[in-house]
Design a protein around this ligand. Structure first.
Ligand code: AMP
Length: 420
């Protein structure tokens, strides 16, 4: 019978890759905690309306990429394509804003977008998402970016490129929109079908067009930073000054508009040459109207989303090797009595949190030793009839190939000593 495979674009994460994932998650918990963030866990499924209102009807995500279906009760539901809208939904639903003036939240989990699967792009992928809800002070922007870069640094990542831009606000964006619209209308004939459609729906999105002829035209288009109002310019300059104060190198990228409608003012991306075509590891930015658009009070926010798969692909192999892999002890057995005794010893050590392995099938000593080697066990203990009779056995250090005699009654203490 044929085996059933996973859905296209949905990927299993297998060991030892999962060790790396846990290492990343643990680093995130530690770093984010130091910056005052608390974890929030939100459902994978939301009412479709949340994303239409939150992300914007004319974005690629909402137009073509969402997994939306009618459930049996005829309600339109969607597998979340990103986390920000859900985090804010929960923030408003549980009145978190009433409890404190600044709320710092993060969540780690899968997102779903029906994009064309390729290396670095999946239909179920994972994000580490953070949000600061509260003040719109430039220091908040700098704090979030500082935390992000510190986190990436803790993971040993190098050759990263931080790009920042300001998308302005409700006061200055309309003038830019007019300027870009009149520019695009003047060159409409030369644009691709998608960009022509964008003129009527979401002209900013033309900056993301990958068609070469469009890119050449758009390289001459007016740029958003030239249209910023005094408030936005001042905000953006302060963010940059703070990044410089902390010696964080960045590039200004006036063409970075990001794929979601809700961004205002500071937006940023972290890219790397290491990943080839899918070079964006992190995307983020400020959203000054999203909370209100989702029915809440006038509270501003800023956040980022890190692509977990892409991040994991960049972790240097040496670091991944340094992660704990093998068991501390492998107990090899000879005979039925030894199997029983080993099972008992194994259980005692495991109860103490020590990783111990054994073979239940009573295979040859040679094949058990091979398995201990393959598992990269630090120590092995060989238990046969004689060892049980004498109540002692040889503990072999697999790295140094040295052996010491240990009493079986004091095995737990001896092994516990080793992990001190
Ligand atoms: P976005 O929510 O689109 O700003 O994306 C934030 C980050 O999530 C990107 O920089 C990528 O690292 C990652 N990402 C977005 N879409 C995908 C995808 N389909 N597969 C894998 N990673 C993705």
């Amino acid at each position: 019978m044929e085996i059933i495979t996973a859905v296209k674009g949905f990927k299993d994460i297998l060991p030892p890759e999962t060790d790396k994932w846990r290492h990343i998650e643990e680093t995130a918990h530690k770093v984010f905690c130091a910056f005052g963030f608390r974890e929030i866990r939100i459902p994978l499924l939301e009412k479709t309306e949340l994303f239409c209102r939150g992300i914007g009807e004319s974005t690629d995500i909402v137009e073509k990429e969402m997994y939306t279906f009618l459930d049996r009760g005829e309600e339109s539901l969607t597998l979340r394509p990103e986390a920000t809208a859900s985090v804010i939904r929960a923030y408003l639903e549980h009145n978190l804003h009433a409890a404190e003036t600044v709320t710092k939240l993060y969540t780690i989990g899968p997102m779903f977008r029906r994009e064309r699967p390729q290396k670095g792009r999946y239909r179920q992928f994972h994000q580490i998402d953070t949000e600061i809800l509260g003040p719109d002070d430039p220091r908040t922007d700098a704090e979030l970016i500082l935390m992000l870069l510190h986190f990436l640094d803790k993971l040993g990542l190098q050759s990263l490129n931080l790009e920042i831009n300001s998308l302005g606000c409700a006061a200055c964006r309309p003038a830019f929109r007019e300027a870009i619209l009149s520019f695009l209308r003047g060159r409409e004939e030369e644009l691709c079908g998608d960009c022509r459609r964008r003129i009527g729906t979401n002209p900013l999105r033309v900056f993301d067009c990958k068609v070469e002829t469009c890119a050449a035209i758009i390289s001459q288009a007016p740029l958003l930073p030239d249209f910023l109002c005094a408030g936005c310019r001042d905000h953006f300059e302060k963010v940059q000054a703070l990044l410089r104060l902390f010696d964080l190198p960045f590039h200004l990228n006036a063409k970075m508009v990001r794929g979601l409608d809700y961004y205002t003012r500071t937006t940023f991306e972290v890219t790397t040459e290491f990943l080839g075509a899918q070079n964006a590891v992190v995307g983020g930015g400020r959203y000054d109207h999203l909370v209100r658009e989702l029915g809440g009070p006038d509270i501003s926010g800023i956040g980022f989303a890190i692509g977990f798969e892409r991040l994991a692909a960049m972790i240097p192999e040496a670091d991944a090797d340094a992660l704990p892999q093998g068991p501390l002890l492998f107990i090899a057995t000879l005979g039925e009595a030894a199997l029983g005794k080993a099972f008992f010893l194994c259980n005692g050590l495991r109860m103490k949190g020590i990783r111990v392995e054994m073979d239940h099938a009573g295979r040859s000593l040679k094949s058990q030793m091979k398995r201990a080697d393959k598992l990269r066990s630090a120590y092995t203990l060989i238990l046969g009839e004689r060892e049980i009779a004498e109540n002692k056995a040889l503990l072999r250090n697999m790295l140094s190939s040295t052996q010491t005699e240990v009493g079986l009654d004091s095995l737990e203490e001896t092994i516990t000593e080793l992990v001190r």
